[in-house]
Design a protein around this ligand. Sequence first.
Ligand code: DX5
Ligand code: ZN
Length: 217
Amino acid sequence: MSVKIAPSILASDFANLQKEIEMLNASETDYIHVDIMDGVFVPNISFGIPVTEAVKRHAKKPLDVHLMIVNPDQYLEAFKNAGAAIISVHYEACTHLHRTLQAIKQLGCKAGVALNPHTSVELLKDVINDIDLVCIMSVNPGFGGQKFIEQTYPKVKRLKEIILEHGASTEIEIDGGVNKDNAPLLRAAGADVLVAGSFVFNSPDPIQTIKTLKAIE
Ligand code: DX5
Ligand code: ZN
Protein backbone atom coordinates (compact mmCIF):
# COMPACT_ATOMS: atom_id res chain seq x y z
CA MET A 1 0.00 0.00 0.00
CA SER A 2 1.24 3.49 -0.78
CA VAL A 3 2.19 5.93 1.96
CA LYS A 4 -0.67 8.08 3.29
CA ILE A 5 -0.33 11.86 3.24
CA ALA A 6 -1.87 14.03 5.95
CA PRO A 7 -1.37 17.75 5.24
CA SER A 8 -1.48 19.84 8.42
CA ILE A 9 -3.81 22.81 8.05
CA LEU A 10 -1.81 24.63 10.73
CA ALA A 11 0.26 25.93 7.81
CA SER A 12 -2.77 26.85 5.66
CA ASP A 13 -4.24 30.31 5.07
CA PHE A 14 -6.84 30.57 7.86
CA ALA A 15 -8.51 33.51 6.12
CA ASN A 16 -9.23 31.22 3.16
CA LEU A 17 -9.84 27.96 4.96
CA GLN A 18 -12.69 26.80 2.69
CA LYS A 19 -10.48 27.24 -0.37
CA GLU A 20 -7.62 25.38 1.32
CA ILE A 21 -9.90 22.45 2.24
CA GLU A 22 -11.28 22.32 -1.30
CA MET A 23 -7.69 22.16 -2.58
CA LEU A 24 -7.03 19.18 -0.26
CA ASN A 25 -10.28 17.51 -1.43
CA ALA A 26 -9.03 17.76 -5.01
CA SER A 27 -5.62 16.31 -4.11
CA GLU A 28 -4.30 12.85 -3.17
CA THR A 29 -4.56 13.76 0.54
CA ASP A 30 -5.53 10.77 2.71
CA TYR A 31 -6.22 12.52 6.03
CA ILE A 32 -6.55 16.21 6.92
CA HIS A 33 -4.31 16.74 9.97
CA VAL A 34 -5.87 19.15 12.49
CA ASP A 35 -3.48 20.49 15.17
CA ILE A 36 -5.16 21.53 18.41
CA MET A 37 -2.90 23.47 20.85
CA ASP A 38 -4.03 24.75 24.22
CA GLY A 39 -1.16 27.00 25.31
CA VAL A 40 -0.58 24.71 28.33
CA PHE A 41 0.61 21.34 27.01
CA VAL A 42 2.48 23.24 24.29
CA PRO A 43 3.68 26.86 24.30
CA ASN A 44 1.27 27.94 21.54
CA ILE A 45 -2.46 28.24 20.87
CA SER A 46 -3.85 27.21 17.48
CA PHE A 47 -7.63 26.84 17.18
CA GLY A 48 -10.32 24.64 18.68
CA ILE A 49 -13.74 23.06 18.25
CA PRO A 50 -15.63 25.66 16.13
CA VAL A 51 -12.80 25.80 13.57
CA THR A 52 -12.66 21.98 13.45
CA GLU A 53 -16.43 21.97 12.76
CA ALA A 54 -15.96 24.52 9.99
CA VAL A 55 -13.24 22.38 8.40
CA LYS A 56 -15.51 19.33 8.61
CA ARG A 57 -18.32 21.14 6.76
CA HIS A 58 -16.13 21.28 3.64
CA ALA A 59 -13.82 18.28 4.06
CA LYS A 60 -14.25 15.19 1.90
CA LYS A 61 -11.29 13.46 3.62
CA PRO A 62 -11.19 12.08 7.18
CA LEU A 63 -10.07 14.51 9.90
CA ASP A 64 -6.99 13.35 11.83
CA VAL A 65 -7.18 15.42 15.02
CA HIS A 66 -3.93 15.80 16.98
CA LEU A 67 -4.71 16.99 20.51
CA MET A 68 -1.75 18.85 22.02
CA ILE A 69 -3.73 19.59 25.15
CA VAL A 70 -3.82 18.66 28.82
CA ASN A 71 -6.86 16.70 30.05
CA PRO A 72 -7.77 15.38 26.60
CA ASP A 73 -10.46 13.08 28.09
CA GLN A 74 -12.55 16.15 28.79
CA TYR A 75 -12.76 17.05 25.08
CA LEU A 76 -12.93 13.70 23.25
CA GLU A 77 -16.68 13.82 22.68
CA ALA A 78 -16.58 17.44 21.53
CA PHE A 79 -13.96 16.63 18.89
CA LYS A 80 -15.87 13.52 17.81
CA ASN A 81 -18.97 15.70 17.38
CA ALA A 82 -16.89 18.28 15.52
CA GLY A 83 -16.07 15.62 12.94
CA ALA A 84 -12.90 13.80 13.98
CA ALA A 85 -12.32 10.36 12.42
CA ILE A 86 -9.03 9.81 14.25
CA ILE A 87 -8.26 11.36 17.65
CA SER A 88 -4.65 11.31 18.86
CA VAL A 89 -3.80 12.17 22.45
CA HIS A 90 -0.30 12.71 23.80
CA TYR A 91 1.23 9.92 25.88
CA GLU A 92 2.68 12.66 28.11
CA ALA A 93 -0.80 14.11 28.80
CA CYS A 94 -2.52 10.84 29.79
CA THR A 95 -2.28 9.27 33.24
CA HIS A 96 -4.67 6.46 32.25
CA LEU A 97 -3.81 5.98 28.59
CA HIS A 98 -5.56 2.61 28.25
CA ARG A 99 -8.80 4.11 29.55
CA THR A 100 -8.49 7.09 27.21
CA LEU A 101 -7.94 4.82 24.19
CA GLN A 102 -11.09 2.84 25.02
CA ALA A 103 -13.05 6.08 25.41
CA ILE A 104 -11.96 7.24 21.95
CA LYS A 105 -12.99 3.91 20.41
CA GLN A 106 -16.32 3.94 22.20
CA LEU A 107 -17.08 7.20 20.44
CA GLY A 108 -16.52 5.41 17.12
CA CYS A 109 -13.20 7.11 16.32
CA LYS A 110 -9.80 5.60 15.62
CA ALA A 111 -7.50 5.96 18.61
CA GLY A 112 -4.06 7.54 18.23
CA VAL A 113 -1.18 8.20 20.61
CA ALA A 114 1.38 10.93 19.93
CA LEU A 115 4.90 10.73 21.40
CA ASN A 116 7.15 13.69 22.10
CA PRO A 117 10.72 13.35 20.79
CA HIS A 118 12.06 12.28 24.21
CA THR A 119 9.38 9.59 24.81
CA SER A 120 10.47 6.03 24.03
CA VAL A 121 8.34 3.85 21.76
CA GLU A 122 9.01 0.99 24.23
CA LEU A 123 6.43 2.60 26.55
CA LEU A 124 3.64 1.61 24.15
CA LYS A 125 4.40 -2.14 24.12
CA ASP A 126 1.67 -3.07 26.60
CA VAL A 127 -1.06 -1.16 24.77
CA ILE A 128 0.04 -1.49 21.16
CA ASN A 129 -2.92 -3.73 20.22
CA ASP A 130 -5.27 -1.00 21.47
CA ILE A 131 -3.73 1.73 19.31
CA ASP A 132 -4.85 2.42 15.72
CA LEU A 133 -2.16 5.03 15.04
CA VAL A 134 1.06 6.16 16.72
CA CYS A 135 2.08 9.71 15.86
CA ILE A 136 5.85 10.02 16.32
CA MET A 137 6.72 13.69 16.77
CA SER A 138 9.79 14.54 14.75
CA VAL A 139 9.87 18.08 16.21
CA ASN A 140 8.87 19.41 19.62
CA PRO A 141 5.12 19.99 19.29
CA GLY A 142 3.81 23.54 19.29
CA PHE A 143 4.89 25.09 16.02
CA GLY A 144 4.97 24.37 12.31
CA GLY A 145 8.07 24.91 10.20
CA GLN A 146 10.65 23.42 12.60
CA LYS A 147 13.71 21.33 11.77
CA PHE A 148 13.28 17.55 11.57
CA ILE A 149 14.96 15.58 14.41
CA GLU A 150 17.17 12.82 12.92
CA GLN A 151 16.74 10.46 15.90
CA THR A 152 13.25 9.83 14.52
CA TYR A 153 14.49 7.14 12.07
CA PRO A 154 15.58 4.52 14.66
CA LYS A 155 12.40 5.25 16.64
CA VAL A 156 10.24 4.45 13.62
CA LYS A 157 12.21 1.24 12.97
CA ARG A 158 11.86 0.07 16.55
CA LEU A 159 8.14 0.87 16.66
CA LYS A 160 7.62 -1.11 13.45
CA GLU A 161 9.32 -4.11 15.13
CA ILE A 162 7.09 -3.78 18.19
CA ILE A 163 3.97 -3.65 15.99
CA LEU A 164 5.05 -6.77 14.06
CA GLU A 165 6.07 -8.63 17.24
CA HIS A 166 2.57 -8.07 18.65
CA GLY A 167 0.70 -8.77 15.41
CA ALA A 168 -0.86 -5.30 15.67
CA SER A 169 -2.27 -3.29 12.75
CA THR A 170 -1.22 0.09 14.13
CA GLU A 171 -0.27 2.80 11.60
CA ILE A 172 2.93 4.79 12.15
CA GLU A 173 2.53 8.52 11.47
CA ILE A 174 5.40 11.03 11.43
CA ASP A 175 4.69 14.64 12.35
CA GLY A 176 7.05 17.61 12.01
CA GLY A 177 9.56 18.84 9.48
CA VAL A 178 8.62 16.24 6.86
CA ASN A 179 9.82 17.08 3.34
CA LYS A 180 10.74 15.34 0.09
CA ASP A 181 14.28 14.56 1.36
CA ASN A 182 13.40 12.77 4.60
CA ALA A 183 10.11 11.24 3.38
CA PRO A 184 11.73 8.31 1.47
CA LEU A 185 13.93 7.50 4.50
CA LEU A 186 10.92 7.61 6.82
CA ARG A 187 9.00 5.35 4.48
CA ALA A 188 11.92 2.89 4.38
CA ALA A 189 12.04 2.91 8.21
CA GLY A 190 8.36 1.88 8.36
CA ALA A 191 6.23 5.04 8.24
CA ASP A 192 2.64 4.61 7.01
CA VAL A 193 1.42 8.22 7.25
CA LEU A 194 3.37 11.43 6.67
CA VAL A 195 2.09 14.71 8.10
CA ALA A 196 3.34 17.75 6.20
CA GLY A 197 2.44 21.35 6.99
CA SER A 198 4.82 23.99 5.64
CA PHE A 199 6.27 21.70 2.97
CA VAL A 200 2.82 21.42 1.38
CA PHE A 201 1.25 24.81 2.03
CA ASN A 202 4.36 26.93 1.39
CA SER A 203 5.02 25.22 -1.92
CA PRO A 204 4.03 26.90 -5.18
CA ASP A 205 1.75 24.00 -6.18
CA PRO A 206 0.43 22.15 -3.09
CA ILE A 207 -1.55 19.60 -5.15
CA GLN A 208 1.61 18.62 -7.02
CA THR A 209 3.63 18.57 -3.76
CA ILE A 210 1.11 16.16 -2.22
CA LYS A 211 1.36 14.03 -5.38
CA THR A 212 5.16 13.96 -5.11
CA LEU A 213 5.02 12.82 -1.47
CA LYS A 214 2.33 10.27 -2.25
CA ALA A 215 4.50 8.73 -5.01
CA ILE A 216 7.27 7.82 -2.55
CA GLU A 217 7.92 4.06 -2.65
C1 DX5 B 1 3.55 20.55 15.41
C2 DX5 B 1 2.34 20.00 14.71
C3 DX5 B 1 2.61 19.58 13.32
C4 DX5 B 1 3.01 20.70 12.41
C5 DX5 B 1 3.71 20.16 11.21
O1 DX5 B 1 3.23 20.83 16.72
O2 DX5 B 1 1.85 18.87 15.40
O3 DX5 B 1 1.50 18.88 12.77
O4 DX5 B 1 1.94 21.48 12.01
O5 DX5 B 1 4.15 21.25 10.49
P1 DX5 B 1 5.49 21.19 9.64
O6 DX5 B 1 5.26 20.15 8.58
O7 DX5 B 1 5.59 22.57 9.09
O8 DX5 B 1 6.60 20.83 10.56
ZN1 ZN C 1 0.34 17.51 14.40
